[in-house]
Design a protein around this ligand. Structure first.
Ligand code: FAD
Ligand code: NDP
Length: 426
């Protein structure tokens, strides 16, 4: 027994929400589209979970941040899906797939068949156990990927006002959660293996700016080491973290953000995988022509870089979702996905944006002791990446445009002298 749909989206996160809106804009008929998600709520803007959701006052709560409010579009509540004849199957995992038969088997035992499948399964948070540390299921150790994790993080924060937290990982989750914990008046120590925070994107000079700001807000950094074990009380709560460098820190809570793995497991042996994700072409179509992939799980050709990349950011999830619907519903009118990577973060009163690629030589501009500064990356004589902290809307648009245009750069000193005005006038 089972149901059949023309289009099925597997996964109900950011990409699924944006694809649903685009399907409706392109005139999908009632009953043709189904979304299956193991989360209990309709697609929402996941970035809210480490920002507005964690505020001590006037915190963001659903339904306020259902997709697609993050792009100033309609807010798709469960009622919206119903009114548009979209079958939203929530709280239901898919446990196996058969791409030859074009079927999915759900955890409730239902077989759902499709003509076209869009895989939007996102990623899962890496667990400390995968690095040889046990005990991360303790009640005061928090990960952050889903709304259930965010609810738990709020409960744990509220159980230890004024307490001590250790944040493991110096990436996006680490930086954004550390800021939120400080705003909640919790004392924070950040621990990560690299020499500086955000090591995959930031140079040491950029990282220093943020680390100094965090220190001014009371955050303590322990760098170049990792967690080796936890100490527990008789109730199984973590009371201390032991680091490989011999340090022991007493804690009331721990937040872990040590990276993710894309959810490709249902397709291993069935679809071609690359860079940890499902390999797709410029139409976002996988090695099976009835299966497409979008968002964090998709490894797609980035034309500007001439190579396949898998991106873990919300803008790429939104844009790939919009593109896949055009690829499917208007194939003759749709070109290849042509995307320039865009990452951003907002913490405390700080806000940065980055476009392009962080390879080549770095040219800094602006006042790194003030509130606005930036950097350009120049590779093979062209501007390939741009970063800006504290910009205006127009300035961010300017660095985005400049990166897209990849202007030739002959003189790095002149680029440094012009600074932001180079992007504004290019
Ligand atoms: P997801 O949004 O993760 O959705 C995947 C969905 O598929 C989930 O609902 C999942 O439960 C479901 N699923 C998976 N497997 C199955 C299965 N077998 N059966 C049924 N359902 C399944 N990016 C930025 O650019 N800026 C930010 O500020 C930012 N903040 C973030 C904050 C947090 C806390 C997190 C976790 C991420 C943040 N990101 C941010 C990253 C961004 O949210 C992701 O890139 C984006 O959510 C990817 O969208 P997606 O649809 O591919 O995956
Ligand atoms: P990141 O990949 O950003 O960072 C993980 C960090 O943890 C890295 O600094 C990594 O170091 C470090 N690390 C790895 N292993 C260990 C270990 N054993 N002990 C201590 N540190 C370790 O992942 P996050 O978990 O921070 O973020 C998860 C996902 O959420 C990402 O896809 C991210 O893009 C997304 N996100 C994005 C946001 C944004 O765009 N503003 C905000 C919040 C989340 P190393 O580099 O050496 O591996």
């Amino acid at each position: 027994m089972g149901r059949a749909f023309v289009y099925v989206i597997l996964g109900g996160g950011v990409a699924a929400g944006y694809a649903a809106l685009e399907f409706v804009k392109k005139g999908v008929s009632h009953g043709e589209l189904c979304i299956i998600s193991d989360e209990p709520v309709a697609p929402y803007e996941r970035p809210a979970l480490s920002k507005g959701f964690l505020l001590p006052e006037a915190a963001a709560r659903l339904p306020s941040f259902h997709t697609c409010v993050g792009a100033n579009e309609e807010r798709l509540t469960p009622k919206w899906y119903k009114e548009h004849g979209i079958e939203l199957v929530l709280g239901t995992g898919v446990k196996s797939t058969d791409v030859k038969r074009k079927t999915l088997l759900t955890t409730t035992g239902e077989t759902i068949s499709y003509k076209i499948l869009i895989v939007a399964t996102g990623a899962r948070a890496l667990k400390l156990e995968e690095f040889g540390v046990s005990g991360s299921d303790a009640e005061n150790v928090c990960y952050l990927r889903h709304i259930a994790d965010a609810n738990r993080l709020v409960d744990v924060m509220q159980s230890c006002p004024g307490g001590n937290a250790v944040v493991i990982g110096g990436g996006y989750i680490g930086m954004e959660c550390a800021a939120s914990l400080v705003i909640n008046k919790i004392n924070v120590t950040m621990v990560f293996p690299e020499e500086h925070c955000m090591a995959r994107l930031f140079t040491s000079k950029i990282a220093n700016y943020y680390e100094e700001y965090y220190k001014s807000r009371g955050v303590n950094f322990i760098k170049g080491t990792v967690l080796s074990s936890f100490d527990f009380d008789s109730n199984g709560k973590v009371t201390a973290v032991n680091l490989r460098d011999g340090t022991t820190l007493s804690v009331d809570m721990v937040v872990v953000g040590i990276g993710i793995r894309p959810n490709t497991g249902l397709f291993e042996g069935q679809l071609t995988l690359e860079k940890g994700g499902i390999k797709v072409n410029g139409m976002l179509q996988s090695s099976n022509s009835s299966v497409y992939a979008i968002g964090d799980v998709a490894a797609f050709p980035v034309k500007a870089f001439g190579e396949t990349r898998r991106l873990e950011h919300v803008d790429s999830a939104r844009k790939s979702a919009i593109h896949v619907v055009s690829s499917i519903m208007e194939p003759n009118k749709t070109g290849e996905f042509d995307y320039i990577p865009f990452f951003y973060s907002r913490v405390f009163t700080l806000s940065w944006q980055f476009y392009g690629d962080n390879v080549g030589e770095v040219v800094y501009y602006g006042d790194m002791s003030g509130s606005a500064f930036g950097a350009y990356w120049v590779s093979k004589g062209h501007l390939v990446g741009a970063f800006l902290e504290g910009g205006t809307k127009e300035e961010y648009e300017a660095i985005a445009k400049a990166t897209r245009l990849r202007p030739a750069i002959e003189d790095l000193t002149e680029l440094e002298r012009q600074g932001l005005s180079f992007a504004v006038t290019v």
